[in-house]
Design a protein around this ligand. Structure first.
Ligand code: FAD
Length: 415
């Protein structure tokens, strides 16, 4: 049994803590905020085998410039004088190729399906109490050209063995008879599922507390003390030192800054997104999660409310709420869902989160050259989807077990 300190208690840190505790280690978690209150909090909660295309892909490069000139677009990059941003843009652009997408689609499918299986296992054991909605994912289209792109995505998904099909207007109505959409068709990915991410994380937190795992909230790790190529202890903002045998760095976008102190370059940019919730009403009487394809807005139904989320702003580690973007999510949702008229006063839990985005769209998971450090970060748009897989891989690495997924392409030293 080792003593393991986890730095960052978002979905990745919490899943790592769970599997490490289950394999018999003494675990403690440090978080500079409350657990689960950063990027893992207000996201759309989608578990997405359907997202087998990397974020870096040819279509984002093609649309990127057009979007940059449009303040209402779902993607925005704020130019600034920053060498790391420049390096990230150059790398990101170099990965926007069909070859990169094809090279990684099997891997992204496999790791997403592996994680989904782990979610199902967690649902069936009695440690955690959470809901897994297995209703698939609808990708609603308003334009003929986007529906054609979805047809290609469905063909690809089928080739990869995923259950996907195109639905016409009548078929959408059959799937969701109590709601009406302003769309010409949709793709439907049957394997996708949903959780409420904060409920899921709280359930892990409860389990860990019940099992005497030490959780230090509002405790920021500032630095490391090294000895013989090992981390000996971590130092908090209160200048306290904590020793452990093994360390896990899972601080989301903030991992880069901490990794720099260890001479490890985790190239990442924050992809800021927003969300809000609206109580259910007659127009929102549906159960299938959906993405409004042209506007890249994710809509996730829960029992009593719906969460609306979207946009990707590359604008530094800034968590301010951009009212214009929030209004766009509201306006476009009103446009796609018939009889919906969300007003400012209907919007609850307004939130911004920073997705930790690597330039090639793959996470960083692996052992560092510092012999007692494992890193798990850079999950961009898929941290929730890949939470259990990442936690299990972290645990397998520390236990020196073979990981079920080949993790070579997520190596920390690829840039
Ligand atoms: C609008 C939006 C929608 C999204 N939708 C989805 C979706 O549908 N499906 C999906 O899979 N993903 C989605 N994502 C992405 C997902 O939210 C992230 O990939 C995921 O939350 C990243 O988890 P994390 O644990 O790495 O980071 P975080 O949740 O950010 O956790 C990192 C933790 O580290 C702590 N920390 C930071 N610095 C320190 C320090 N120095 N010392 C101690 N602690 C520290 C932070 O307080 C934080 O709690 C979405 C994101 C956004 C913004």
């Amino acid at each position: 049994m080792s003593k393991i300190a986890i730095i960052g208690g978002g979905i990745i840190g919490l899943c790592s803590a769970y599997y490490l505790h289950k394999s018999g280690h003494e675990v403690c978690i440090f978080d500079s905020n409350e657990l689960g209150k950063q990027c893992s909090y207000g996201n759309a909660g989608l578990l997405v085998p359907s997202h087998f295309e990397t974020l870096a892909n040819p279509s984002i490069l093609k649309k990127g410039l057009m979007w940059m000139l449009n303040p209402n677009s779902p993607f925005f990059l704020k130019p600034r004088l920053d060498m790391d941003l420049l390096k990230w843009i150059i790398k990101f652009s170099s990965f926007c190729t069909n070859k990169h997408v094809q090279n990684n689609q099997h891997f992204l499918r496999d790791i997403n399906l592996y994680s989904l299986d782990l979610y199902k296992d967690l649902l069936n054991n009695s440690d955690l109490d959470f809901t897994l909605n297995q209703n698939g994912l609808l990708m609603l289209c308003q334009k003929e050209s986007t529906l054609q792109d979805e047809e290609r995505a469905v063909q690809n998904a089928n080739k990869l063995g995923l259950k996907a099909k195109i639905l016409n207007v009548e078929e959408i109505k059959k799937l969701e008879p109590n709601a009406s959409f302003n769309a010409i068709g949709a793709s439907y990915f049957k394997d996708d599922s949903t959780i409420q991410p904060y409920d899921f994380m709280n359930s892990i937190k409860k389990y860990l507390l019940k099992n005497n795992v030490k959780i230090y909230e509002n405790c920021k790790i500032q630095n490391f003390i090294l000895k013989n190529n090992q981390i000996k202890s971590i130092i908090t903002n209160e200048n306290e030192k904590y020793e452990a045998d093994e360390f896990v760095l899972s601080s989301g976008i903030f991992s880069t800054k901490l990794a720099n102190k260890l001479n490890l370059n985790l190239l990442m940019q924050a992809g800021k997104g927003f969300s809000f919730t609206v109580p259910k009403n007659d127009a929102l009487n549906f159960k299938t999660p959906m993405i409004l394809v042209e506007q890249k807005i994710a809509i996730t139904p829960y029992d009593s409310y719906i969460r609306f989320g979207g946009t990707m702003m590359i604008c530094g580690n800034d968590l301010s709420i951009n009212q214009r973007r929030i209004n766009n999510i509201r306006k476009y949702s009103n446009n796609y869902i018939n009889n919906l008229n969300i007003q400012q006063e209907d919007m609850n839990d307004l939130w911004a989160g920073l997705r930790p985005c690597s330039p090639d769209g793959l996470p960083y998971i692996g052992k560092a050259k510092i012999s007692n450090l494992v890193v798990a970060s850079g999950h961009a748009m898929m941290g929730v989807s890949l939470g259990p897989a990442s936690g299990k891989i972290v645990s397998d690495l520390i236990n020196e077990k073979k990981t079920q997924i080949n993790i070579k392409r997520m190596t920390l030293y690829r840039f």
